[in-house]
Design a protein around this ligand. Structure first.
Ligand SMILES: [Zn+2]
Ligand SMILES: [Zn+2]
Length: 299
């Protein structure tokens, strides 16, 4: 904050009265700053130039003017589920549920405070894009299912603030409809290549890591006869209850898949692991014969 006796607000041009504030290249009035805090996330408004602040205030002038008249809707305008009383996020011109807020934050690669500075009309297209995960039309209007492409175009994992904050980037989001059309051929070719190498099976899983599970009680560690084997589904689909075979020169070993999880270690209740997915299979018994780099054949 700076005190100034005279002059005009670098943002709105009105005469400055009372408290004035510094933006990165000038001073602005309390009224402009209050509005700026609605459209810039966190405390970042003061870091912008007067031009940047003015541009944003103009862009969102309607939403800012009507902000106090927005009523909390009964249903989330994104997912149409009932809007929880507490678990919701105020955005510029509406309210959305925290589930959708979390997804939106993931899509833009930023925090809730950035989502809260957006209009519903800016948030909805993010979800349209994400629908690519279910599939998309190619340039001939043929619907291509995303699941059918994952063999060659798996979701790309990245991390948010910490290792628990896993974010997936969908390579299909950045494909043009023409590229999408070629993607089907690429996926089919890749599948044929893998079948050449591994043969035809219900599923083929490549092991990256194996961990013996344990529980802790009163400072003591108890190892369980249960393992989490993580890796990627190269081909096919794995369901709980499937049997997996490890092939060695000295013979074959079979393990029964009890549970399935994704790449987060605490998840173990997935109903399936699809082709191209990174995830883990849980199995019981003495599994000292499974190593990173192994291939599990599921039939
Ligand atoms: Zn002003
Ligand atoms: Zn929602």
């Amino acid at each position: 904050m700076a005190l100034k006796e005279s002059g005009v607000c670098s943002v709105c041009g009105r005469e400055l009265k009372g408290r004035v504030f510094n933006c990165s290249d000038g001073v602005y009035c309390g009224d402009c700053r209050k509005k700026a805090f609605l459209v810039f996330p966190g405390e970042t408004a003061d870091l912008h130039t007067a031009d940047e602040v003015r541009e944003k205030l103009e862009k969102y002038s309607d939403a800012i003017a009507n902000r106090d008249r927005v009523l909390k809707p009964e249903y989330c305008p994104v997912c149409s589920k009932k809007l929880p009383k507490l678990m919701n996020l105020r955005i510029l011109d509406d309210y959305i549920c925290m589930d959708c807020a979390e997804k939106a934050a993931g899509f833009i690669g930023a925090g809730y405070d950035s989502v809260s500075c957006m209009l519903l009309s800016e948030i909805l297209p993010l979800f349209d894009r994400a629908e690519v995960r279910g599939g998309r039309e190619d340039s001939d209007g043929v619907f291509v299912e995303a699941d059918a492409l994952r063999v060659a175009f798996p979701l790309i994992k990245t991390y948010g603030e910490d290792e628990f904050d896993v974010v997936f980037i969908d390579p299909l989001d950045s494909m043009s409809p023409e590229e999408l059309k070629k993607a089907s051929e690429t996926a089919e070719r890749r599948r044929a290549e893998l079948r050449n190498i591994y043969g035809r099976h219900k599923a083929v899983f490549c092991v990256d890591d194996i961990a013996k599970l344990h529980s802790e009680s009163r400072g003591r560690v108890f190892y369980r006869d249960e393992y989490r084997i993580s890796g990627r589904v190269l081909l096919g689909r794995i369901d709980p209850g499937d049997e997996a075979e490890v092939r060695r020169k000295e013979g074959r070993r079979v393990l029964k898949i009890k549970k399935l999880g994704d790449c987060r270690s605490w998840v173990s209740d997935l109903k399936e692991l699809k082709e191209g997915a990174e995830g883990s299979v849980f199995a019981e018994g003495a599994l000292s014969f499974v190593y990173p780099g192994d291939i599990l054949y599921i039939d």
